[in-house]
Design a protein around this ligand. Structure first.
Ligand code: XMP
Length: 340
C-alpha cells in the first residue's frame, strides 16, 4: 500500500545515504511536473548541494524560463541557473524544415549546453575545495558533483525496456550519456517507481503550485515541432502569443483538467484575409486539444462553438501576422497528437 509521507521520508533518507554528507548533485530542469518534483525532493534531501540547470532553447512557451526560475528559486528555494542558449539553438535550427532533424539538433545542442554548464559548476566546486583546503576549512566544503538527477518515471523505465518505436527518439534529449562518462556522474532517479498521478500528488504535498502540478506535458523539442517549416525568432513569437491566448481561454473556461494536452500550431501557409478595407496575406494557426489516457491513442476535445469562436477572434485580433484559425478534428491514430 502506497503512502505519500512514507515515500517522501524513505526517498529523502535513501538520497542522503546515496549522496553522502558531501556529494553534490546536478540536474536538468524542463519546467515540467516531473523534473520540478524531482528537484524539490532533492532540495529537501541535500539542500544547496543540489544544483538545477534550466536551458532556454529559444523554443519555450512565452515567459517559461522566467516562470520556472520564479517557482523553483523564489518559491521553493532550489538552487537554479537559467542558461539562455536561445541564440545558439535558433542559429543551428536556421533553415531546417525536417522534424527529425529539428529534434536531433535540439537534443544534441541541449547536451552540449548542459555539459558546458556542468563543467563550469564542477570547476567552481573544485576551486572552492582548494581554497577551503588552503584555509584549513575543509570540513565546511560540499564536495564534488557525483550524481545527475533524472525525473524518470516508472512508465519511462518500462517503455525504454519494451518499446522500440518513435519514443526511442522522444526521450533523446534526456539522454545525457556523455556527461555521465566525462564527469563520471552516476544517475539518481527518485521518481523511477512512480506513475504520473503519484508524481502529481507528491508535488502537491511538497508545496508545488497546483497549476504547475496539473500541467499538460510539453515536448523536449518545444515549439520547434509546432512550427511547421523553418523556425525563426519571429515565428516563435507568433506561436507563443497564439498559444498563450488559447491556454488562457481554456483555463478561464475551467476545462484545462478535462484535456490531456492542448496547444497551438503555426502552419507554413499564407491565406488571404481582410482587415478594414485592406487585403491581408497572413499565416494560419491550428488549435489542437487531445483527450487520452496513455498518449498512444487520442480523441479530439469537443469544444463549444462559443469557445472556439472566442479563441479565434482573440488570436486573429491580437496576434500580428495571423488572419485565420482552424480547429484540428483528427484522432490518433491515424494522426499523431503533435503535427510533427
Ligand atoms: P505524438 O505526437 O507522437 O505525441 O502523438 C505523443 C506524446 O509525446 C509527446 N512528444 C514528444 N515529447 N520529445 C518529447 O519529449 C519529442 O520529440 C516528442 N514528440 C512527441 C507529445 O507532446 C505527446 O505528449
Amino acid at each position: 500500500d502506497w503512502n505519500m509521507e512514507t515515500f517522501i521520508d524513505k526517498e529523502i533518507a535513501r538520497i542522503r545515504e546515496l549522496v553522502g554528507p558531501k556529494g553534490r548533485v546536478i540536474g536538468a530542469i524542463s519546467g515540467g511536473v516531473d523534473s520540478s518534483v524531482a528537484a524539490k525532493l532533492m532540495h529537501e534531501a541535500i539542500g544547496d548541494r543540489f544544483h538545477a540547470v534550466m536551458v532556454d532553447n529559444g523554443v519555450l512557451r512565452a515567459r517559461e524560463a522566467a516562470q520556472v526560475y520564479e517557482m523553483l528559486s523564489q518559491h521553493l528555494g532550489v538552487n537554479v541557473t537559467i542558461v539562455d542558449a536561445s541564440e545558439l539553438f535558433l542559429g543551428r535550427l536556421e533553415g531546417v524544415d525536417d522534424p527529425e532533424k529539428k529534434r536531433k539538433i535540439i537534443g544534441n545542442t541541449f547536451i552540449n549546453v548542459f555539459e558546458e554548464e556542468a563543467a563550469k559548476l564542477e570547476a567552481e566546486a573544485e576551486r572552492e575545495e582548494e581554497e577551503a583546503k588552503k584555509a584549513g576549512r575543509q570540513h565546511e566544503t560540499k564536495g564534488k558533483y557525483e550524481y545527475l538527477l533524472q525525473g524518470t518515471l516508472y512508465p519511462d523505465v518500462i517503455e525504454s525496456i519494451s518499446f522500440k518505436g518513435p519514443s526511442a527518439t522522444i526521450k533523446t534529449h534526456h539522454n545525457v550519456g556523455g556527461l555521465l562518462d566525462d564527469m563520471k556522474l552516476k544517475l539518481i532517479e527518485p521518481l523511477r517507481e512512480l506513475f504520473k498521478d503519484e508524481v502529481r500528488q507528491l508535488g502537491k504535498v511538497m508545496g508545488i503550485p497546483a497549476h504547475l502540478v496539473g500541467r499538460h506535458p510539453f515536448p523536449g523539442p518545444g515549439l520547434a515541432i509546432r512550427i511547421l517549416g523553418p523556425v525563426t525568432r519571429s515565428q516563435v513569437e507568433i506561436l507563443q502569443q497564439a498559444d498563450t491566448i488559447y491556454i488562457e481561454e481554456i483555463r478561464k473556461a475551467g476545462i484545462y483538467d478535462e484535456i490531456s494536452q492542448a496547444f497551438a500550431v503555426l502552419l507554413p501557409v499564407r491565406a488571404v484575409g481582410v482587415q478594414g478595407d485592406k487585403r491581408t496575406y497572413d499565416q494560419v494557426i491550428a488549435l489542437r486539444a487531445a483527450q487520452t489516457t496513455d498518449f498512444m491513442t487520442a480523441t479530439w476535445y469537443p469544444f463549444s462553438y462559443d469557445f472556439l469562436s472566442k479563441v479565434s477572434n482573440r488570436i486573429t485580433n491580437e496576434v500580428q501576422g495571423v488572419n485565420r484559425v482552424v480547429y484540428d478534428v483528427s484522432s490518433k491514430p491515424p494522426s499523431t497528437i503533435e503535427w510533427l
